[in-house]
Design a protein around this ligand. Structure first.
Ligand code: ADP
Length: 655
């Protein structure tokens, strides 16, 4: 016997013993696998002239045996070799992510068993063990003349031995468990039970799902029937196709229920949760096509990994051409799932021609508009759902704005949400502007790693005190996104130019830690400049004490309570520099960082510094300056260079 990998064993345990109640989905999972296997063979036949199959022969069969208590799902797809049986069914494909999720769930106070794990990590096949005490898989790979049988009770391990199978394809035979008080496994070996499940979960599978059904018919009346002849019945069996196979996207929207869309989405895109939005589109004209798209309810676990592939499935007259056609969705909507079906596309369209395909570009543009308007509709009419959506995919859109160097601004900017320090909730840029004082000409934001900490930073509270809101940005991508944004305007707020023409007023997006916020009067500025000149010697000494860490030391115009604050000149902020440092290991790329230490001239600490300087105590000025710098870094949530030196300096002061 071959042993299951440890992770697989854990997962199997969970599945079999979990409180998961929706056991019936095992059939959907097995049928999806069968359909995938048939797809794979069909694909192969499109590209490989040695593979000669007739699409009309491709099918999935479901059968049951009441006496043996078995349910069998068969397909005449690509099949599996002995090695593939071992590899595919012996380990769980994405065990890493499973562990990750299970741990996360546990830390959030759920037991792993509460997590809906089925289908989430490609564990589809294993769901057979929720209803079966034993599963036997007999498979013959296309082009091979050997068949192999894999068998397991789902506990310790499995066996693989030689077997017989007349044709390529796979049979998955599930030996049903004994009934319990809670669960009647019998339902799964009944005609009614199975046809019901197939119709409910697998109606749109593209291949016929066939079952041998028990029928009864009236016997023909014999020629010599007596006068009092009573009609007689006989039983017979007939193979019928149970699923409708009409692609759901070809049906009128008004005739399809949301439940049906949800089931289709879950089955076809292997998700365990209903989609957040369903968007359908029927286009006619130069190019006729149907599109059915979904915004998933949650980000897939691999969304932010390199393995993640965006794209919509592309069909030509109901036949799958490509599972993930990247050209159909822009990167910033890469979370969209769905299908596009057009009779106007040729079947053997290749990847290279796709990239330059004008038809496809036209479809993509139209889809993008549709998605954008649907998201805007959700933003305006179902804010709660939108915030959840944004929590899942907002990062992707922000990243899209940044990586397009602002080119996608028109599409994305008004879809973004940021945390408002003033309103204490997520708001859009338009909401920021609607609430801004009449004289405002900027959108302020602060970037750091925690909203709570940002809300308390002196540079934020000063701006708030002046009546302007500050958007608190705590995601890595935020600052880059804001930079790419540069300015923002909407049609509601206009300004009249010198020529008397009204045009949308442009608001500059500004980091509150940046140079000129435009919030100080000329007088205040002048005052600060004078104070800086007056204390030039002290500030030179402080600058010397800090070396390269700061460009200069000046008197601040913006501080309220804090003794000093660090600000930056130019495009690179302290937070950004920190990100570069963390990410660019081994790279010699140093960002162009210009730090300014702003001193609060009204703070008692400043008097102390001045006194020390006047008394010629250079050591004291140096130590205090070092402490102030480190404090300011800590307030920003940034690491300090030498924590030991810092604590020693503070302790020395306390003595
Ligand atoms: P998933 O389908 O999400 O990859 P499963 O655990 O359901 O995960 O299946 C694991 C693998 O086993 C599949 O990826 C596929 O390669 C193989 N497999 C399962 N069922 C079949 C089948 N009926 N025919 C061919 N291969 C199959």
């Amino acid at each position: 016997m071959r042993k299951f990998k440890t992770e697989s064993k854990k997962l199997l345990d969970l599945m079999i013993n979990s409180i998961y109640t929706n056991r019936e989905i095992f059939l959907r999972e097995l049928i999806s696998n069968a359909s995938d296997a048939v797809d794979k063979l069909y694909f192969k036949s499109l590209t490989d002239s040695d593979v000669a199959i007739n699409r009309a022969d491709l099918a999935i069969t479901v059968a049951f045996d009441k006496d043996a208590r078995t349910v069998t799902v068969s397909d005449n797809g690509i099949g599996m070799t002995k090695d593939e049986l071992d590899k595919n069914l012996g380990t769980i494909a994405h065990s890493d992510s499973f562990e990750f999720k299970a741990e996360n769930a546990a830390s959030e106070g759920e037991t792993p068993a509460d997590v809906d794990i089925i289908g989430q990590f490609g564990v589809g096949f294993y769901s057979a063990f929720m209803v079966g005490s034993k599963v036997r898989v007999v498979s013959r790979a296309y082009g091979s003349d050997e068949a192999w049988a894999w068998e397991s009770d789902g506990i310790e391990g499995y066996t693989i031995e030689a077997a017989e199978r007349a044709e390529h394809g796979t049979d998955v035979i599930v030996f049903l468990k004994e009934n319990t008080d809670d669960e009647r496994y019998d339902t799964y070996c009944s005609e009614y039970g199975l046809t019901d499940l197939i119709k409910r979960y697998s109606n749109y599978v593209r291949y016929p799902i066939q079952m041998e059904l028990e029928k009864s018919r009236m016997k023909p009346k014999p020629e010599d029937a007596p006068e009092d002849y009573k009609p007689e019945f006989e039983n017979y069996t007939a193979v019928e196709t149970i699923n409708s196979m009409i692609p759901i996207w070809k049906r009128k929207k008004s005739e399809v229920s949301q439940d049906e869309y949800n089931e289709f989405y879950k089955t076809d895109f292997h998700d365990y949760e209903d989609p957040a939005r369903t968007i359908s589109l029927h286009a006619e004209g130069a190019l006729t096509y149907d599109a059915l798209m979904f915004v998933p309810g949650h980000a897939p676990y691999d969304m932010y990994s390199k393995e993640y592939k965006k794209g919509l499935a592309l069909y030509s007259s109901g036949v799958l051409i490509m599972e993930k056609c990247e050209e159909l969705v822009p990167d910033y909507f890469n979370f969209m799932r769905g299908v596009v079906d057009s009779a106007d596309l040729t079947l053997n369209i290749s990847r290279e021609t796709l990239q330059h395909n004008g038809q496809l570009k036209a479809i993509a543009r139209r889809l993008e508009k549709k998605v954008k308007s649907d998201l805007a509709d959700m933003r305006d009419n179902d804010r709660e759902a939108y915030e959840k959506f944004f929590g899942e995919f907002g990062r992707t859109m922000k990243y899209g704005l940044y990586s397009s160097y602002g080119m996608a601004k028109d599409v994305l900017a008004d879809l973004l949400l940021f945390y408002s320090a003033k309103q204490k909730k997520m708001i859009t840029l338009d909401e920021y502007l609607a609430d801004a004082p009449a004289d405002a000409d900027a959108i302020f934001f602060a970037a750091g790693d925690s909203v709570e900490r940002l809300a308390q930073m002196p540079i934020v509270t000063t701006v708030l005190a002046k009546g302007y809101d500050v958007l608190l940005c705590n995601e890595n991508v935020d600052e880059f996104c804001m930079m790419a944004l540069g300015t923002y305007s909407n049609k509601d707020i206009v300004s009249t130019g010198e020529d008397g023409e009204a045009s949308p007023k442009e608001f500059t997006v500004k980091n509150v830690g940046g140079e000129d916020l435009g919030l100080t009067t000329e007088e205040e500025k002048k005052e600060a400049e004078e104070a800086t000149t007056e204390n030039a010697e002290l500030f030179d000494a402080m600058k010397d004490a800090l070396g390269d860490k700061v460009e200069k030391v000046v008197v601040s115009t913006r501080l309220t309570d804090a003794p000093v604050v660090l600000t930056t000149e130019g495009a690179v902020s302290l937070q950004m520099a920190q990100m570069f440092k963390q990410n660019a290991v081994g790279s010699d790329e140093t960002p162009d960082l210009h730090v300014i230490m702003e001193v609060n001239a009204k703070h008692p600490v400043f008097d102390t510094l001045r006194a020390a300087h006047a008394a010629g105590d250079a050591d004291k000025v140096k130590t205090y300056t070092g402490i102030l710098y480190d404090q300011a870094m800590l307030v920003e949530g940034l690491p300090i260079e030498d924590p030991l030196a810092f604590t020693q300096a503070v302790s020395a002061l306390m003595k």
